[in-house]
Design a protein around this ligand. Sequence first.
Ligand code: KE4
Length: 428
Amino acid sequence: MPVRTRSAALFDEALQRFPGGVNSPVRAFRAVGGQPFFVKSAQGAHLTDADGTALLDYVCTWGPAILGHAHPRITEAIREAADGGTSFGAPHVRELELARRVQSFVPGIGKLRFCSSGTEACMTAIRLARGVTGRDVIVKFDGCYHGHADSLLVRAGSGALTHGQPDSAGIPAALASLTCVLPFNDLAALEAVFAARGREIAGVIVEGVPANAGLYLPRPGYYERLQSLCREHGALFICDEVMTGFRLGLDGAQGRFGLQPDLTCFGKIIGGGLPVGAVGGRAELMDHLSPLGPVYQAGTLSGNPLAMAAGAAALDALASGEIYRHIETLGAHLEAGMTEAARAAGVPVRWQRIGSMFCGYFTDQPVHHLGDALRCDRQRFARFFHGMLDAGIYFAPSQFEAGFLSAAHTPEDIEHTIRTAAGVLRTL
Ligand code: KE4
């Protein structure tokens, strides 16, 4: 059991200064018990905690660190940008440099608007859908998380689900009633809601793949039908690629599934680990945004030069496609090894994966939607989490989160993880 006295002292102070001791709920370890460690630094595939313990990191700051932590191309880009100033609140070329890259990789992004988080991107996308269509209803899916804007914190995933508040307090019932929540992968429910309320629906928002209740995948044809129903009824199809954008490939989930969303939300990787978000789509839709159109949206730090520089450096490093081949290979290796380790230990684990994103569900059944995910053995997951953490391997501190690989992970890291898990699973 590693020493965590420094982290414990810091957490004691944090509990006095921040609600729950954290600045984002999922970091609090409430789902797995115990206290979170404090990070001192990070390099490549490893974190170093405040007590000097090295941890092999499968959280990757919830996705952005696809190159690994402190990648020299990113830190150098930030350093060079910072030498010219950290924020201007005025147009500058770095906004164009990142936009050119995003638009060159993702078809259909006629125009973009940068902001400072995935929450802002998704909030803007639904406001735009309502402004463009003049309709009020937004459709989302239970367990999916699109940040913490009021209309989207209805039956939400990630920390909201982890902490048992999928419907947050503080959201007026009148507003929540305009968010229609459907079970994911249920085509009949989708057809029925469009048949009954198609003319009221401003937009449907869905994650590139649902990865905020663990990780499960759309059934074949589901997203295609969702997209066609939106077109048939004049609703906007909003693909939330905050997590999957530039994670599942240069053209994200929409490229993998052959989709053409009306609006796409970005975040995480396009900021290279700095605060960023973006919403993009056809110009005739995006031009509804102020100052051209009537849909207001703004941000002091939108298009921040450091985030733009870090994001451009990240996308340049990803452009050859080599990193995607590497993390796909590692993902398959980890999936096979963890599945075999669980089988040998006699512990039911469904390891679900797409590319370099994965979730080890503690259940013996496949997980296709939130209902399946909720049947997992969360207590056993928590024991597994701590067993691995005590052995120096950091998975997401919730059964309802995804794990990530980076360019810095190696086949030896994967083998070490599998061997360690084989031992931990036998103790559960
Ligand atoms: P941010 O506001 O956290 O930058 O992005 C919100 C968001 C939007 N859409 C998707 C698909 C997302 O996964 C997220 C944020 N992801 C969580 C992790 N599951 C962020 C971690 C946290 O809340 O601390």
